[in-house]
Design a protein around this ligand. Structure first.
Ligand code: RFL
Ligand code: PHB
Length: 395
């Protein structure tokens, strides 16, 4: 294959998911040029249904990126969340405990708003880029090359942001002997559905039940997102809508189940749950952001938000470099990002352990979960620790 095109930019961004698009737009606002290289089509990227809860840090970044108008108009502020176990249910009041709230606004919408802003500004996004190769990341002249419709292209740049998710190429570009990976795979998955029905409650319900975990979430007044814990080997074809609703109702308190409005699902999928961190998050001029560097189980809604905190650190480091000529932010990026990543990992791991059923749990283990839930229900310090993590630790 022939190299037909040589492009130049300041920051080449591999991956056009929320991390890559947010970084690109923030850099643009500061007059720093970037090119986003994405493996999938625009429609595919915009069709993905994932996260639903935004911390204030991500809300502030969307504002700084000039992409917050629709989020503020359509997003829903949540001042607290509900936690149930069996028929018991209590509320953790984020606003009272921390002075902060979260924003319910889908990742799909965040991505859509960022995409629109990038396009309006004439930002360069290369879609359907195949066989992306990163070279010279440990030199002063890194390049990213890829093929589009059979033609090979190359970008020379100052820096590369690896925003290409868990299955991307960026992380694997860092030599094995310099990379350390930490992983925990949970013995269950989440079966999720989206339905055009009003949410069962105006707040989210995280439910611990002897039948397994359930989560009642939402996107807007007529769009609900529900999840139930399922086995890792389960398949969506095993779950009719009716079977899903029946099972969900058995896992939440009956007064909630009685008011649950059901309807046809418009999306149904199973996600495995894992915790994963790679260290370091930098190699030479390559910087990893978001799911490329770490994965959390979705309990606690930290995935997208932790991706956003990486983007925050990298964006400020690049601003410092281009604005003041200082490499200080770049040199400390990995250390700063990982400090916060591990706290999000701890919270998601703790909340997952507290809320799910485990195949190897004994009656004693179950009693421990209930005792911890009772403690959380009755203890303000415990609730404060939970709330501070949920609304997002400071950057
Ligand atoms: P993404 O979203 O995976 O985007 C990476 C992009 O890179 C592209 N790509 C490549 N491009 C070029 N060359 C390659 N070789 C490439 N390989 C991959 C991909 O096509 C893609 O477009 O990573 P990013 O941007 O770091 O964003 C991370 C978030 O998407 C993720 O952390 C969250 O969705 C996790 N998550 C949640 N996070 C929250 O903060 N709150 C939540 O409520 C929440 N709920 C969830 C979730 C994730 C879920 N699933 C499906 C895993 C609920 C679920 C069910
Ligand atoms: C979602 O709405 O998709 C969602 C909300 C909270 C979570 C995970 C997922 O903890």
């Amino acid at each position: 294959m022939r190299r037909i095109n040589q492009l130049r930019t300041q920051v080449a961004i591999v991956g056009g998911g929320p991390s890559g698009l947010l970084l690109s737009q923030l850099l643009h606002v500061q007059g720093i040029d970037s090119i986003v290289i994405e493996r999938k089509t625009k429609d595919y990227v915009l069709g993905r249904i994932r996260a639903g809860v935004l911390e204030r840090g991500l809300v502030a970044l969307m504002e700084e990126a000039g992409c917050a108008d629709r989020m503020h108009a359509e997003g829903i502020i949540h001042d607290g969340t509900l936690i149930s176990f069996g028929q018991e249910m209590f509320r953790v009041d984020f606003a009272d405990l921390t002075g902060h709230s979260v924003m319910v606004y889908g990742q799909t919408e965040v991505t859509r708003d960022l995409y629109a802003a990038r396009e309006a500004a004439g930002g360069r996004i290369v879609c359907e880029a195949e066989d992306v190769v990163i070279e010279g990341a440990d030199t002063d002249a890194p390049t990213v090359s890829y093929a589009v419709q059979g033609a090979r292209q190359a970008i020379t740049c100052d820096f590369i942001a690896g925003c290409d998710g868990f299955h991307g190429v960026s992380r694997k570009t860092i030599p094995d002997h310099l990379r350390q990976e930490f992983e925990k795979v949970y013995p269950y998955g989440w079966l999720g559905i989206l339905s055009e029905t009003p949410p069962v409650n105006h707040e989210l319900i995280y439910a611990n039940s002897e039948r397994g975990f359930a989560l009642c979430s939402q996107r807007n007044a007529n769009l609900s997102r529900y999840y139930i814990q399922c086995s890792m080997s389960d398949h969506v074809d095993n779950w009719s809508d009716e079977a899903f609703w029946d099972e969900l109702k058995k896992r939440i308190p009956s007064d909630q189940a009685d008011t649950l409005i059901t309807g046809p699902s418009i999306e149904k999928s199973i996600a495995p749950l894992r915790s994963f961190v790679t260290e370091p998050m930098q190699w030479g001029r390559l910087f990893l952001c978001g799911d490329a560097a770490h994965i959390v189980p979705p309990t606690g809604a930290k995935g997208l938000n932790t991706a956003a905190s990486d983007v925050h650190y990298l964006y400020h480091a690049l601003r410092m470099f281009y604005g003041e000529g200082s490499e200080n932010g770049l040199n400390t990026y990995s250390q700063k990002a990982l400090l916060r990543v591990w706290k999000a990992e701890r919270f998601s791991w703790w909340f997952s352990n507290l809320m799910h059923s485990y195949p190897d749990h004994t009656a004693f283990d179950h009693k421990m979960q209930i005792a911890e839930l009772e403690f959380l229900r009755s203890n303000r310090a415990a609730q404060m620790a939970m709330a501070e993590n949920y609304v997002g630790l400071p950057y």
